[in-house]
Design a protein around this ligand. Structure first.
Ligand SMILES: C[S@@+](CC[C@H](N)C(=O)[O-])C[C@H]1O[C@@H](n2cnc3c(N)ncnc32)[C@H](O)[C@@H]1O
Length: 265
């Protein structure tokens, strides 16, 4: 299954199975506005905008926001959050490796959990460099997975790795390690700054997390055949029953919204 199909499949459950909240997104948007010294004219582009979790507060504050995504279903989820699409928001279905904009079109380009999903990351970064205004900001961000959820996922990954067909997920992990956004932008003469926009506590019961996996909410669940997935899931449920005293056990840890901010020197 290709990435776009995966996101089309999970679009309706994307927000509920992640850990970004409306109030965190609002605080992060305020942080970004200060970081880029925004004026009312500042324009934002988020390639791989998904369901709009990150930029919705900017739209509501009246900033010009353009969201690009290859998945129409993800964009539909974004649209459904608004009564109607306001004039300051443009949503475009396109491949981010070929951005349909002229050179120097945006003051700020934001990517969140995105660079690793495109098939050719260098072409994608070329496009970001091209559409960014000369004094613009490229913000490469992610909400770091809370360690407790990371550990939970690792248990599932270990079970999955015992099945034939699960090698693909290891290849994907390998590809992620090769991506070096920092080198790329330093070589283009940008300077960078690492910032943590927000830290917050995330808490889920084991039962909730198990249900997210049963819904196949994450990429690794689609990297194996249906048969392998359901067999691994059965084992994972047995594992959780052994590992935790109750499925109501709360797993709590800290999430972070981290940003690598690049500006031309
Ligand atoms: C992990 S999600 C992140 C969504 C959003 N940025 C967020 O933080 O919630 C990755 C998004 O990138 C989109 N995507 C993946 N490859 C893409 C491409 N080549 N062009 C445009 N969008 C792409 C997917 O459809 C998905 O919506």
């Amino acid at each position: 299954m290709g990435k776009s199909n995966y996101y089309n499949n999970i679009a309706p459950i994307y927000d509920q199975t992640r850990w970004m909240t409306k109030s965190v997104a609002e605080e992060v948007a305020d942080f970004i506005l200060v970081l880029v010294d925004a004026s009312p004219e500042t324009s934002f582009l988020e390639p791989g905008v998904g369901t709009g979790l990150n930029v919705l507060p900017l739209v509501r504050l009246g900033y010009s926001v353009t969201g690009v995504d290859v998945s129409q279903e993800m964009l539909n989820q974004f649209s459904q959050k608004l009564h109607e699409i306001p004039p300051n928001l443009k949503l475009i279905q396109a491949d981010a490796s070929q951005l349909p904009f002229s050179d120097a079109s945006f003051d700020v380009v934001l990517t969140v959990h995105m660079v690793h999903t495109v098939s050719n990351w260098k072409t994608f970064l070329d496009e970001i460099d091209r559409v960014l205004k000369p004094q613009g900001f490229y913000l490469n961000a992610q909400w770091i997975t809370p360690p407790a959820r990371m550990e939970f996922e690792r248990y599932f990954r270990t079970i999955l790795s015992n099945y034939e067909g699960a090698q693909e997920s290891r290849r994907v992990d390998g590809a992620i390690e090769d991506i070096n956004v920092e080198n790329y932008f330093h070589n283009k003469g940008y300077r960078s700054n690492y910032l943590i926009a927000k830290e917050w506590t995330v808490s889920n019961t084991v039962e909730e997390l198990l249900n997210f996996f049963k819904l196949r909410a994450y990429g690794l669940c689609w990297q194996v055949s249906d048969e392998v997935f359901y067999r691994a899931m059965e084992k994972f449920e047995e594992f959780c029953a052994d590992r935790y005293s109750s499925l109501k056990t709360e797993l709590t840890s800290e999430a972070k919204f981290e940003i690598w901010a690049y500006t031309a020197s």
